[in-house]
Design a protein around this ligand. Structure first.
Ligand code: ADP
Ligand code: UDP
Length: 391
């Protein structure tokens, strides 16, 4: 289900809402870049825990764009490109594909979809992948983790293997996938749990029961978002009221302004000073203030849009931070302000990696032999060079 050409959900559309199809980006998207306000929900769980099954249900009910990292990799394998052949041998061994390949595929699919809100299924599978995705794409809004005992997952995978045609749904590879899951993927869940982002759901009951839990989680997220939006709207209203009262006080004030009235800023004293000498100009000053206030409202509207991201934990160096002025009046025209900080890369290796991912995710799309799908052309050093020798 794509977003291109779909009708926009509006600027303040929540991350999850009952809507079909996946909602398009609400802000203009620059060519080759992710839309502003891109948000993702990670869907994690062991192999065969039921991630894909639940994602299908989530997509059917909520307006999110589903991207399965495993499907994107399998598409690449099907293309029989050199990269695809390398990926196949890694997947058959139950190992993880190098992060630059997976992230480039995800990023490219995200950009190409024209959507803004994504359900990212089966990724990240290792801590370095989570951190690189955070730096080069965005922080996740939430992490759904489907908890399932290994024996149950094994049964499901063996059963799926009868019809899936997947080269990794066999007893030998399943064991290796479990090892990878326990050693590399569980730390990702721990990482997000420490950040209060994980919603753990038992994947043992039948799919419809598991989905009831999923819906509860997503509705909780919806309620949280509604609360955030209401809080932001309240802050804006309070800010506007402060400004309006300030303007009224200025208008009602005698020509000689007592210094005690200028409680908020030196700037206002200066304005008032002007007013004392030029009452015609006073109207202009007030009018200008109203314009400033209107501008603030517009900015504040934008702020609501960004509030989801702003609610992300501030303990992380890469988190979006919220800078709130101690007092809106004290700041005059600024008031409450959220500052989106795009974290800078800390080392040259990170910069090189980010550049590779960006380059690969923007590589030209070409049709495969059967003309049915697109292929990501990885730059030589970002694909084969980065891939370990085929086992
Ligand atoms: N809750 C469930 N109970 C029983 N079988 C399930 C459940 N969820 C998924 N399955 C089945 O288990 C297999 C693996 O599910 P899938 O969604 O493909 O897992 P994953 O995407 O995590 O690998 C599929 O054959 C699916 O039909
Ligand atoms: O981010 C990812 C996602 C998948 N894979 C590879 O793709 C395989 C299949 O993953 P998928 O999520 O499709 O299936 P699951 O194992 O969860 O059933 C994995 O075992 C890995 O080899 C990977 O390397 N990185």
């Amino acid at each position: 289900m794509g977003c291109k050409g779909s009708k926009s959900a509006g600027v303040n559309a929540p991350f999850v809402a009952e809507a079909q199809p996946a909602q398009p980006a609400t802000a203009p998207q620059k060519k080759g870049e992710l839309p502003p306000g891109t948000e993702v929900l990670f869907v994690l769980g062991g192999p065969g825990s039921g991630k894909g099954t639940q994602c299908d249900r989530i997509v059917a009910k909520y307006g999110l764009k589903h991207l399965s990292a495993g499907d994107l990799l399998r598409d690449e394998v099907k293309s029989k490109s050199a990269l695809g052949l390398e990926l196949e041998s890694i997947m058959k061994e139950g190992k993880l594909v190098p992060q630059e390949t997976t992230i480039a595929l995800l990023r490219k699919a995200m950009i190409g979809s024209g959507c803004q809100r994504f359900l990212v299924d089966g990724f990240p599978r290792a801590l370095d992948q989570a951190k690189t995705f955070e730096r080069t794409v965005c922080l996740p809004r939430l992490v759904l983790f489907f908890d399932c005992p290994l024996e149950t997952m094994e049964e499901r995978l063996l059963s799926r293997g009868k019809t899936s045609g997947r080269s990794d749904d066999n007893a030998e590879t399943i064991k290796k996938r479990f090892k990878t899951f326990q050693e590399q993927s569980i730390p990702v869940v721990d990482y997000y749990e420490e950040r209060g982002k994980v919603k753990k759901i038992s994947a043992v009951p039948p799919p419809e029961e598991v989905f009831l839990e999923v819906q509860q989680v997503l509705e909780g997220l919806q309620a949280q978002q509604a609360g955030e939006a209401a809080g932001a709207a309240q802050a804006i209203a309070a800010e506007n009221q402060t400004q309006a009262v300030g303007a009224m006080q200025v208008d009602a004030a005698p020509d000689t302004v007592p210094s005690t009235r200028t409680t908020d800023s030196g700037k206002r004293t200066t304005d008032s000073g002007k007013r004392t000498t030029d009452s015609g100009k006073q109207t202009t000053d007030t009018g200008k203030r109203t314009t400033d206030s209107d501008k603030r409202t517009t900015e504040s509207g934008k702020r609501i849009t960004e509030s989801g991201a702003a609610a992300l934990p501030a303990d992380d160096a890469t988190a979006t931070t919220t800078a709130t002025a101690a007092s809106p009046a004290a700041e005059g025209t600024e008031g409450i302000r959220e500052v989106k900080q795009r974290p800078s890369f800390v080392g040259i290796e990170d910069e090189v990696l980010a550049a590779k991912i960006e380059e690969a995710s923007q590589a030209p799309t070409k049709m495969s032999a059967d003309g049915s799908r697109s292929v990501v052309e990885m730059p030589a050093d970002a694909s084969s060079a980065a891939l370990p020798a085929a086992a």
